[in-house]
Design a protein around this ligand. Structure first.
Ligand SMILES: Cc1cc2nc3c(=O)[nH]c(=O)nc-3n(C[C@H](O)[C@H](O)[C@H](O)COP(=O)(O)OP(=O)(O)OC[C@H]3O[C@@H](n4cnc5c(N)ncnc54)[C@H](O)[C@@H]3O)c2cc1C
Length: 386
């Protein structure tokens, strides 16, 4: 059996290694358009590569039911032992799992070493431009019009986020031509632009632990998450905001508002009491006991005279018109090949010798190792069924 894998990111590498483990006699060849494999992997987890999450569940994904079904077979322990079976030692940091080296490029080198050892053939600088069936084979066609025949092919070309790291979504044109239905890509896990830029501009670079809520246009809370918010000149950033951007895109609300509770540990009344206490002790400058001077100046400029007004602001700091930044700032692409056109083994319903895995499929997860987990789960599904 001769298998061609198009794309050389995490999902492709996992898939190649897993197929070789199950079927050492198969020929497995990876075709990567860049001069290096898995450029994106090197940038993951702030250079540390957050591989897995101990608390993985469907709720972190856009399609919880689908993922929960897969997790009943490929649960956290299974995923962990799969990576360990490659020979990689893992390191735990709370819920988050990293390679022991805590170094993404080192993990990339490790995977490449394993591919070499296991006889996976890697072709670099190989831009796949099309594919078509030829009798009982599948032909993949390169940019220069050369072609190779395979028994089965696996597309693992990623989405459209951070095209400088490889995946650019260009194959979607081919998929349209060949009738592979997909949902258009949208940027996910991004910072947010907001209308009140003049406010966040004054706080540029300031980080504050907050509960971030999404409020719909009827004033109802629809989602909340706690984490560190980074104020930027264009709006808001930080991991919690990346997740909020994805949830906003999934919910597709009309005129949502983002509300920050800067002091989730206190009720509004407790905060007000504390502010009064500080004011009595410190006078006019009491806010300096809570914030750096640029935040104090901002609060002062809002002309909030009474501590209860200040408490109100700090418990419910509102921002409107949140808008995800583009693909160049996004960590994952939402959308992709529709699950409805795929069989359970991720083969295409119109030709079950063609498979799709990783970010190019319409599955995406929040921050916390969920997208690399999907790369592994989808690779396992294919390797177990090909
Ligand atoms: C900055 C950043 C940090 C991240 N951190 C994390 C993290 O810590 N944990 C986590 O779980 N997820 C993280 N992610 C998301 C995660 O990296 C991706 O979801 C995952 O790498 C996707 O793997 P993939 O193999 O499906 O696609 P990709 O890694 O995008 O690989 C696809 C490959 O296909 C190649 N390709 C595309 N088209 C063609 C073609 N026509 N012919 C040949 N080759 C082609 C591309 O060059 C690319 O190398 C992060 C993403 C970014 C951008």
């Amino acid at each position: 059996m001769k298998i061609g894998i198009i794309g050389g990111g995490a999902s492709a590498i996992y898939c190649a290694l897993l197929i070789k483990k199950r079927h050492p006699q198969y020929t497995v060849e990876i075709f990567e358009k860049e001069k290096k494999v898995a450029k994106k992997l090197n940038a993951t987890g702030n250079g540390h590569c957050n591989l897995l999450n101990r608390s993985i569940s469907g709720s972190a994904f856009n399609n919880p039911k689908y993922i929960d079904k897969l997790l009943s077979k490929y649960d956290y322990e299974y995923l962990k032992s799969t990576i360990e079976s490659f020979g990689q030692v893992l390191k735990e940091e709370g819920e988050l799992i990293y390679p022991q080296s805590y170094n993404a490029p080192a993990y990339n080198d490790f995977l490449q070493m394993q591919m070499k050892r296991n006889g996976v053939v890697v072709h670099l600088d190989s831009f796949v431009a099309d594919f078509c069936p030829i009798d009982d084979k599948l032909k993949i066609i390169f940019k220069d019009n050369s072609s190779i025949l395979f028994d089965k092919i696996v597309f693992a070309c990623g989405g459209k986020s951070q095209a400088n790291l490889g995946s650019d979504g260009k194959l979607t044109g081919i998929f349209k031509k060949r009738g592979v239905e997909f949902n258009e890509y949208r940027p996910g896990l991004t910072p947010l632009q907001i209308k009140e830029k003049d406010i966040t501009k004054k706080l540029d670079g300031y980080r504050h632990h907050s509960v971030v809520s999404i409020i719909n246009n009827e004033g109802k809370l629809v989602y909340k998450e706690e984490g560190e918010v980074l104020f930027r000149d264009y709006g808001l950033s930080g991991i919690v905001i990346f997740n909020i951007s994805t949830v906003l895109s999934r919910l597709n609300l009309i005129n949502p508002t983002i509300s920050l509770d800067l002091f989730p540990e206190y009720s509004k009344e407790e905060l007000e009491k504390n502010l009064i206490k500080s004011r009595d002790l410190l006078g006019d400058q009491y806010l300096l006991s809570l914030f750096p001077s640029n935040v104090v100046d901002l609060v002062k400029s809002m002309n909030l005279k009474k501590p209860y007004e200040v408490a109100d602001l700090l418990k419910n700091f509102k921002f409107s018109a949140p808008k995800a930044l583009g693909f160049d700032k996004s960590q994952v692409s939402l959308g992709g090949i529709k699950l409805s056109v795929l069989n359970d083994d991720l083969s295409w319903k119109k030709d079950n010798r063609v498979f799709f895995i990783g970010e190019m499929v319409d599955i995406d997860g929040l921050c916390g190792g969920f997208n690399l987990s999907w790369a592994l789960i989808s690779a396992l599904v294919v390797a177990d069924n090909i």
